[in-house]
Write a protein that binds this ligand. Structure first.
Ligand code: PLP
Length: 223
């Protein structure tokens, strides 16, 4: 049942936060609703969840439009030709991963007269074929974003490689936090670290996650 699962996830976040001497209230739970239907989202809202994550515009459209008052997070790779439709629907884009995408966000931010909240996705583990900036490219990339007046960089996002033992993901999360500390760009606060999914969110919270993106632990396996 969703209510019980949500209690378990909240308890695990609280335990991980207190283990690390952190305030559990400083961790935002984003419920990842890919493949999840409107009924379950309605239930989740009734249980007090207000932040939802989707990774594809195609699937997200009907859900966002059904629950426009919730806070929607775009967590998947974003193609530039989808930006125009994503901007009005999503409060935070977790997956800024290229200069080309930044240019499209800036362009549509101007056209639609909106500011665009983003996290920069970093491929901390330098996995082949995965999205995200190489950690070495991050400082120059952030500096270049300063000129893009419509883009508000709120922090960093990473995905750990899938591993059986979540402890093995710890260096990735720690690496993202180090990048946050090392990259100081004027007028830019990298306040958020979006890291941790069902398998590894406890470790991510111990390492400083301010946003965890959890699907399976809340809604069950995706079939
Ligand atoms: C699907 C997805 C999640 C949630 O994954 P679970 O293992 O079901 O918690 C988190 N982040 C991203 C980017 C995803 O695509």
């Amino acid at each position: 049942m969703l209510a019980e699962r949500l209690n378990e996830v909240n308890a695990a976040i609280a335990a991980a936060a207190s283990k690390a001497g952190r305030d559990p209230a400083a961790v935002k739970l984003v419920a990842v609703t890919k493949t999840v239907g409107l009924d379950q989202i309605r239930q989740a809202i009734a249980l007090g969840l207000h932040d939802f994550g989707e990774n594809r515009l195609q699937e997200a459209r009907a859900k966002v439009d059904a629950f426009p008052d919730q806070s929607w997070h775009f967590i998947g790779h974003l193609q530039t030709n989808k930006v125009k439709e994503v901007l009005p629907r999503f409060a935070l884009i977790h997956s800024l991963d290229s200069f080309r995408l930044a240019e499209a966000l800036q362009h549509w931010g101007e056209r639609l007269d909106r500011y665009v909240n983003v996290l920069v996705q970093v491929n901390v583990a330098r996995e082949k074929g995965k999205y995200g900036l190489d950690p070495g490219e991050l400082p120059d990339f952030l500096t270049a974003l300063r000129a893009m007046t419509r883009i508000k960089v709120r922090g960093l996002m990473a995905m750990a490689p899938w591993v059986e033992d979540p402890e093995e993901a710890r260096p990735v999360f720690r690496g993202l936090r180090l990048l946050q500390q090392q990259c100081s760009v004027p007028d830019m606060q990298l306040e958020h670290l979006s890291m941790g999914m069902t398998n590894d969110y406890r470790v991510a919270v111990e390492e400083g996650a301010t946003i965890v993106r959890v699907g399976t632990a809340l809604f069950g396996p995706r079939g």
